[in-house]
Design a protein. Structure first.
Length: 420
């Protein structure tokens, strides 16, 4: 398969702080050193790693450093990493918004980019005029653009405002029209930054579907930057993890997402110092040998949750044993399943720890949260509370194996008897 994009030793250095008259002196020194003395750019040697969380000793940082990889034609590549890792800079260099400090990029075909809200739009021009302008920038004729015009307007959902200057558009409308233009004007390479997050849920779903059609049906190449790990796993074949301007990991999308999530030290825990109740939840946290510590699990792995209770009940005087209910709820507060555990086996313990394991391939990919309450018949000991969110990623592409998504939230395998 032909190579669509080739990054060769791409690096980008930036000077921090305010641009002042000192910049001219820097430029003169750079010109003298490189052109007269024939030596390397002196400021490249003092550039520091781009770690936004630490204070450095130099005004020069490497937003990208020694980036080398190839993208094959028709690939959908997800680029992930923390804020400031260099993702947007990489796409801006590919889209020729800025030039690399070192290295070269070879790209075959026209590039359609959606990097920021309103990229490439003139605010005083109408939506229709901006469609023609963007098509002309991509090298298309007026006739070619006119053939796609109705399709673009329909996809964007902005028909009523298409003859209104885009400066009056909301950010969501701007993204809708921008993506519709970028995806429909026949670019061989489609570059999409995190801007899709501005759109509503309906448009995000439509945009992801369009990117799948562009890559699979039309054989075009897509580079997709997102913090939505579920979208990256579902949409992309390959993944690249950037960290402080370097490529830290590169593999298929599911493995790359796992590598990123396993690095995180953020724990989605619920902690309560004290309570009006005689028995209450003190802490809830995820654990297990294959844990994604930020509450994101793959469809192919178990979900482990630990619940730490503070027990001030006198079990000896209570005739009825308390029961803890652990519910998995959807974001729309639909109950997926409930487990109830009697606490009579923990008599006399001040601290109780309960571990629950939900098997893999049971709960379908999506976003959920745990709700927990403690009760005895006709008496609530601890009111039901939403204690922590979690996400199940579609690492096995279970949705793509069927026409549409499953109904419900549990992937059940019932015994089916067909009567003859």
């Amino acid at each position: 398969m032909a190579t669509a994009i080739e990054f060769n030793n791409i690096s980008k250095i930036y000077r921090l702080g305010l641009v002042s008259t000192g910049t001219l002196a820097h430029d003169m020194k750079r010109w003298w050193t490189m052109n007269v003395r024939g030596k390397e750019d002196p400021y490249l040697t003092i550039g520091e790693t781009n770690d936004r969380s630490t204070k450095g000793d130099s005004d020069y940082v490497w937003a990208l450093k020694d980036i080398d990889f190839k993208v094959e034609q028709g690939d959908v590549v997800g680029i992930i990493g923390k804020n400031g890792a260099g993702k947007s800079t990489l796409l801006k260099i590919l889209s020729k918004v800025t030039a690399p400090t070192t290295g070269t990029i070879r790209a075959r075909g026209r590039i359609g980019s959606l990097l920021e809200v309103g990229t490439g739009f003139h605010p005083e021009m109408t939506g229709r005029e901006n469609i023609y302008m963007n098509g002309a920038i991509l090298g298309m004729t007026k006739h070619e653009i006119s053939k796609k015009l109705d399709e673009i307007i329909d996809f964007s959902g902005c028909e009523r405002y298409i003859d209104t200057p885009v400066k009056r558009y909301s950010s969501g409308m701007m993204v809708r029209l921008g993506f519709a233009v970028a995806a429909h004007l026949d670019p061989e390479i489609l570059v999409v930054d995190e801007v899709l997050a501005v759109g509503d849920a309906e448009f995000q779903k439509k945009a992801i579907g369009k990117m799948q059609d562009v890559s699979k049906g039309e054989g075009r190449t897509v580079l997709f930057v997102s913090h939505n790990m579920d979208a990256v796993t579902t949409l992309c074949k390959k993944g690249i993890l950037l960290s402080n301007g370097h490529i830290e990991y590169m593999d298929n999308a599911a493995n790359t997402v796992n590598a990123y999530l396993s690095k995180s030290t953020i724990l989605p825990s619920f902690y309560q110092e004290e309570s009006k109740y005689s028995i209450f939840i003190k802490e809830v946290f995820f654990n297990g040998s294959h844990l994604n510590h930020n509450g994101q699990f793959c469809f192919s792995e178990n979900i482990n949750i630990s619940i730490k209770l503070q027990n001030n009940l006198d079990f000896g005087r209570d005739s009825q044993s308390p029961v803890i209910s652990v519910c998995i709820m959807t974001t729309g507060n639909t109950r997926v399943c409930t487990d109830e555990i009697e606490l009579k086996d923990f008599l006399g313990k001040k601290e109780i720890i309960i571990n629950l394991i939900y098997p893999s391939r049971l709960i379908l990919p999506g976003k959920y949260h745990f709700r927990i309450d403690i009760h005895i018949p006709n008496r609530e000991l601890f009111d039901g509370q939403d204690v922590c969110d979690f996400t199940i990623l579609d690492d096995e592409n279970v949705y793509s194996k069927y026409n549409g998504q499953f109904n419900g939230f549990i992937k059940a395998s019932p015994q089916i008897c067909v009567q003859k």
